[in-house]
Design a protein around this ligand. Structure first.
Ligand code: MLT
Length: 404
């Protein structure tokens, strides 16, 4: 008789955004006349930039001719894309990263879930609390997190680093030494970030204790302050302790196109074992590459036209962020984030729990947001709104909230 992976049975509830989607669809069914504004999941609303669409059309045409047709992509991704990544995302920032350290994928979500596979099961992970749920859930599935305590909503074998208004959302070095440290900066869900000097301290710490930082830089394009690092490799020593995950979902609107990449420097060594070689082995065995058409789309994000168009798109969403932030402040809310990230993190009013405020907002303003507690126990009493809606909906949502 076959056996299942029992670790899946340990997962409490369903994936956060699936739970929200179910709740919203039940509400919509019961209230078909209500005009719902969705500021929950961080999904983009603006169309793909013209320069990218043009590149995709061209690539589609190439696929229709024997001379220019493309089958399986090379293991690590096409060189034209990896070279563009090196030039634009790393060399231009003084980071020493080469094309054979870049692994092109179908997005940062799957990479952030899969990367733990190359580490031993008895490694101890440290996560910020609140945190993007994929990091913890994927380690639960692997059997690395111990026992779940339903009272504290924590796992016995996970180190939690609280990030709240009390510590300015800056994680502190944990008392217990971790092996793998997940950092997402600028942060999802709090929309806050740390300075390059503070990130350097994390790099120094990881090198000192022999830990790896799994650095999710999905929101890097939204950084507006000059003292914030766009890549962890801007910090000295990061090549010996950090893996960086990048996504085209948020900076180029590829949530439905699917493209990302992971950087695994060759200096990452555990004894004789090279993490770069291990990830290459995993990538080659379990993945057949992002589609040619999509990799050409990724390349187009680095053309002069592509860059200019994406800059406009980011500015569009950041105008939404400012609209939400100032609107909520005017309405008396305590608000964080929204300066270097497209998320606004607010304190729920009147001591409501995060889920109480979710229901209140859905029922009374027909707005969908994300309850902070869905991201971890220290997210309780907070709530996330995304700036990825349309400007019109964003303005309408704030007007509705002000009327509550
Ligand atoms: C979020 O809303 O947190 C993100 O959109 C989820 C994701 O990027 O997978």
């Amino acid at each position: 008789m076959y056996k299942i992976n029992d670790n899946y049975q340990k997962l409490p509830g369903s994936y956060l955004f699936s739970t929200i989607a179910k709740k919203v669809s039940a509400f919509t069914e019961a209230n078909p006349d209500k005009n719902i504004i969705r500021l929950g999941i961080g999904d983009v609303t603006q169309p793909i930039a013209p320069a990218v669409i043009e590149a995709m059309h061209k690539a589609v045409d190439e696929m229709g001719h024997a001379e220019t047709f493309h089958g399986y992509a090379p293991d690590l991704g096409y060189e034209f894309l990896r070279n563009a990544i090196v030039e634009n995302d790393y060399k231009s920032r003084g980071c020493d990263i080469s094309a054979d350290e870049i692994f092109v994928s179908d997005g940062a979500k799957s990479d952030s879930a899969n990367i733990q596979e190359i580490f031993a099961i008895d490694n101890k992970i440290a996560v910020c609390d609140p945190v993007y749920p994929v990091y913890v859930d994927s380690n639960v599935m692997a059997g690395r997190t111990g026992v779940y305590d339903t009272n504290t909503e924590t796992w016995s074998n996970v180190i939690y680093m609280p990030c709240t208004m009390e510590n300015n959302f800056v994680p502190e070095f944990p008392k217990e030494t971790p092996d793998l440290i997940y950092l997402c900066l600028p942060n999802n869900p709090t929309g806050t970030t740390i300075t390059k000097a503070q990130l350097q301290e994390w790099v120094d710490y990881a090198n000192k204790v022999g830990a790896i930082i799994l650095y999710d830089a999905a929101y890097e394009a939204y950084i507006s302050e000059s003292n914030v690092a766009h890549s962890i490799y801007e910090c000295e020593g990061a090549r010996t302790c950090a893996i960086e995950l990048k996504s085209y979902s948020k900076n180029a609107g590829f949530t439905g196109v699917r493209l990302g990449y992971t950087v695994v420097p060759k200096d990452l060594k555990c004894g004789d074992a090279s993490l770069n070689a291990m990830w290459a082995r995993r990538h080659g065995t379990k993945f057949n590459g992002a589609p040619y058409i999509v990799q050409r789309a990724g390349e187009a994000t680095y053309s002069p036209e592509g860059k200019a168009q994406l800059k406009e798109q980011v500015a569009y969403y950041m105008k939404n962020a400012a609209t939400i932030k100032t609107g909520l402040q005017d309405a008396g809310f305590t608000v964080f984030g929204g300066v270097n990230a497209p998320y606004i993190w607010l304190k729920t009013p009147d001591k409501m729990t995060s889920w109480e405020f979710f229901d209140y907002l859905l029922e009374n303003a027909n707005i969908v947001g994300t309850p902070g507690s869905g991201f971890g126990p220290h997210g309780e009493g907070y709530f996330r709104l995304t700036a990825f809606g349309t400007y019109e909906n964003t303005v309408a949502a704030i007007e509705r909230i002000k009327k509550l």
